[in-house]
Design a protein around this ligand. Structure first.
Ligand SMILES: [Fe+2]
Length: 330
């Protein structure tokens, strides 16, 4: 791997820290779930799983077989990076394809059926997990056969209760286009969009849709665009380069990130970027209040442009935890 801060999601050997295999009730493998980054902190943030969801066997009726369930506490945001699937949610059924993003909120019952194999990449927060889960994963990494030993697995309350996951009956629905389903997000239809020189910032999920924990913003950047963060940024950061090519400098390492790579940046680590090819970069950590920051910046620019002085911008950055020192073009 080029750098310890770069994670190529298609290089499963290096990106998947542990793998669990999902099966249908009749024993067929229907998914492989790789843990890329374990949950962090009291709200279980930065948790990143990369899943291959396998196409349902021919003859399966998706309307009766779509794994309906709800989470009482947890929020899930999934990138659909290949294939096609049906999503059932909010009394609707819609076709979801490559490029879409699903945002599934606590207690929002959902189900899915996979028409083709789908790269289904998710970040989570507030999903109630067993405090023994890291210990469980550690044992499984060293002795994989414990997964088949009921004596061991019964020690895990979360395994017995199925985590924060309550199964439901097949969902009733009317079929609609994905555009009509609020749970389906896409950078082509952002909630808000702010154009700056060399970068367009798109808000895809709002903080109020994440119980205040975070938000999802995408930066669409032109070649030559550069950004430099504060000397010691106080946010731990996780970025997803879904498409494009970007040169990063993180601490003393320089590397080039490309399609479907995560950039995993520790708190306080000095870093900067230079865009080499048109890029679509997502802030998965979501600790910066991008939606508020960009809105207020643009509001001042429109309503009171004389106020747009460095000290006012610095105040906004401080207020909304924006740790970027400078943007520009090389
Ligand atoms: Fe779910």
């Amino acid at each position: 791997m080029a750098s310890e801060y770069l994670i190529d999601l298609n290089d499963h050997e290096n990106s998947w820290k542990s793998v669990s295999v999902g099966r249908t009730p009749d024993g067929q493998i229907n998914s492989k779930v790789g843990t890329v980054i374990p949950a962090e902190g009291p709200r279980q943030m930065f948790w990143m799983l990369d899943t291959i969801m396998y196409a349902m066997p021919p003859g399966t009726d998706p309307d009766k077989n779509h794994m309906p369930h709800e989470h009482r506490y947890g929020y899930e945001t999934f990138f659909v990076d290949s294939g096609k699937m049906w999503l059932y949610i909010d009394g609707m059924k819609c076709l979801v394809t490559k490029g879409d993003i699903l945002h599934l909120q606590a207690a929002q019952t959902h189900g899915m059926a996979f028409i083709e194999d789908v790269k289904y990449r998710g970040t989570y927060h507030d999903l109630k997990v067993d405090p023994d889960m890291p210990a469980l994963n550690n044992i499984i990494e060293h002795i994989p056969e414990v997964k088949d030993d009921p004596e061991f697995m019964n020690l895990m309350p979360s395994v017995k209760s199925g985590l924060d996951m309550i199964p439901r009956e097949p969902l009733l629905f009317r079929e609609v286009p994905a555009e009509q389903c609020r749970a389906v997000r896409n950078p082509k239809r952002p909630l808000a969009e702010y154009r700056l020189d060399g970068v367009t910032m798109k808000i895809l999920t709002e903080r109020w849709e994440n119980a205040g924990a975070n938000e999802l913003c995408c930066a669409e950047m032109e070649p030559g665009f550069t950004a430099e963060w504060m000397k010691y940024p106080k946010n731990r950061e996780l970025l997803y380069l879904r498409k494009g090519k970007i040169r990063f400098k993180v601490m003393n390492e320089e590397f080039v990130a490309y399609d479907e790579c995560l950039i995993n940046i520790p708190k306080f680590a000095p870093h900067s970027l230079q865009v080499l090819e048109k890029s679509e970069l997502y802030d998965l950590g979501g600790l910066t209040f991008w939606s508020s920051f960009l809105h207020d910046y643009m509001s001042i620019k429109v309503n009171d442009p004389d106020r747009l002085m460095p000290e006012v911008i610095n105040e906004l950055k401080d207020k909304f935890n924006c740790q970027i020192k400078r943007i520009g073009r090389s």
